[in-house]
Each structure stands twice: as structure tokens, then as C-alpha cells.
Ligand binder design. Structure first.
Ligand code: GCO
Length: 255
């Protein structure tokens, strides 16, 4: 039965940056597909609220508050998750940030922070989890890239640089981990109604531009990323590796 290919029952899924926004929607969707989900963020209170929201859907999940930009915190947290919840079958590297400013004025510390959150964290968490997936000869790693992995626009040079690197890191990881039956893929969200984009949505000119520039004629809703995440987390994608699946209403393929 083809739908069984998407069944995640019995699998443990860690989603970084999942107390809100895209990460929360993906975590909720993986739980709805049967996975034992571990929510992550730096703020334990926010994670608690997210866990209650998932519990209100009749689903259970775990929480693990740790800083994805700290190699030491990541290593310790992965150890505990594998001990307490079980072997991690699915990793979604979603944690990310955005800071918009003209390139020539961009603060170097802001650059460092964005690289740490959007790119170094993917390296740290993927490495800590892949070490164990390799031993088990199975795993799914999904990196949250962006339409900005392929496109550029003014005032977001650092974000764009990190998301381009997430795309190519995904391909390199697919090459290296594929022989151990670990599939590494990426999802590229377009313009979604999230906290990270609040300023853009509230700007009538930008809001109008997104709607006219996107064939779907609207912003995406974060739950519209669930299908892609369940697909790439499931047996339905066992022969998909190194792929960047855009979920962008068509924005990245039109002028
Ligand atoms: C921006 C936005 C975009 C998108 C992101 C989604 O400032 O243009 O933050 O970068 O939200 O690309 O993947």
C-alpha cells in the first residue's frame, strides 16, 4: 500500500528550532505521521508551550533545550536524546535566523551570528547524529535551505550565503553518507508567513511584491511544508539523495 511508505511510526525525529514557525509545523507533521518527535530550541519555556500545543492534538513529543551553535551542547544533547528517547532516525536541521541590512554596513558580529545559527549548527548537529546513523546503517537528514539557496536579493547577503552553503553541504553529505544508507536532502521554503518575515508581511509594498512574484499569488502557510518533510523523512524517499525540494509556490522558477 503506497501510503504506508509515508508512515513514520516507531521512528525518532529531532527537529531543531521547532518551538515555533516552520520548525514547529514540521515537528507537528512528523508526529502526525507517527514519529516520536523531539522539539529543540534554546528556550525551555517556549518548548514547553510547543509541547502542550502538540499534546492538544492528542500527540506526544519530547523536548530538548540546547544551543545548536555550541558543539559541546550539541554532543551532550544528542547523547541524552539517544539514551532517553531512542536512536534518532530523522534529523531536521531547521534552526535559522535572519538579519536584514545593507551589505556595506553589515555588522561583522551579526555576520558571525548568522553563520553560526544557519550553517555551523547544521554541521555540528548533522555530524553528531550522523556518527550514530552510520553505525546503524540508516537515517534521514533534512536540511532547511531556502529559495535563497538559488536566488539573491538586496539586504540579505549573509542569510543567502548560508542558505547557498546549506544546499551544497546537503549534496556533499549525500555523497559521503549515501553508502551508509543515510539519505540527506533539503527543503527550500519560499515566502512563508512566519515571525522571521513579520516585517516583510507588514510592509504593503513587499507583501504585494511577494504575491505578484509568486505564481501561487500568496504567501505560504507553514503547514504547507509538512508534506515535503514527511516525504523526505519516510521510506518513500529512500532513493532520493542530495535533492533540494523547493516549496515556494513556483517563485524560484519564474521571472
Ligand atoms: C527575505 C526573507 C526570505 C525568505 C526565506 C525563506 O528577507 O527575503 O527572509 O529570505 O523568508 O528565503 O526561505
Amino acid at each position: 500500500m503506497a501510503l504506508n511508505l509515508f508512515n513514520l511510526e516507531g521512528r525518532v525525529a529531532l527537529v531543531t528550532g521547532s518551538s515555533q514557525g516552520i520548525g514547529f509545523s514540521i515537528a507537528k507533521g512528523l508526529a502526525q505521521a507517527g514519529a516520536h518527535v523531539v522539539l529543540n530550541g534554546r528556550d525551555a519555556d517556549k518548548l514547553g508551550t510547543a509541547r502542550e500545543a502538540i499534546a492538544a492534538l492528542g500527540l506526544t513529543c519530547h523536548i530538548s533545550a540546547f544551543d545548536v551553535t555550541s558543539a559541546r551542547d550539541v554532543a551532550a544533547a544528542i547523547e541524552v536524546i539517544e539514551e532517553k528517547v531512542g536512536p534518532i532516525d530523522i534529523l531536521v536541521n531547521n534552526a535559522g535566523a535572519q538579519k536584514r541590512a545593507p551589505f556595506v554596513d553589515y555588522d561583522h558580529q551579526d555576520w558571525d551570528k548568522l553563520v553560526a545559527t544557519n550553517l555551523t549548527s547544521v554541521f555540528y548537529v548533522a555530524q553528531a547524529v550522523a556518527k550514530r546513523m552510520v553505525a546503524r546503517k540508516r537515517g534521514k537528514i533534512i536540511n532547511i535551505a531556502s529559495v535563497m539557496s538559488e536566488l539573491g536579493r538586496p539586504t540579505i547577503v549573509p542569510y543567502t550565503a548560508t542558505k547557498g552553503a546549506v544546499k551544497t553541504m546537503t549534496r556533499a553529505l549525500a555523497a559521503e553518507l549515501g553508502p551508509q544508507n543515510i539519505q540527506v536532502n533539503a527543503i527550500g521554503p519560499g515566502y512563508f508567513a512566519t515571525e522571521l518575515n513579520k516585517a516583510l508581511i507588514e510592509n504593503p509594498e513587499f507583501n504585494g511584491w511577494v504575491k505578484s512574484r509568486t505564481p501561487a499569488g500568496r504567501w505560504g502557510e507553514t503547514d504547507e511544508l509538512i508534506g515535503a518533510a514527511v516525504f523526505l523523512a519516510s521510506s518513500a524517499s529512500d532513493y532520493v539523495n542530495g535533492h533540494l525540494l523547493m516549496v515556494d509556490g513556483g517563485l524560484s522558477v519564474v521571472v
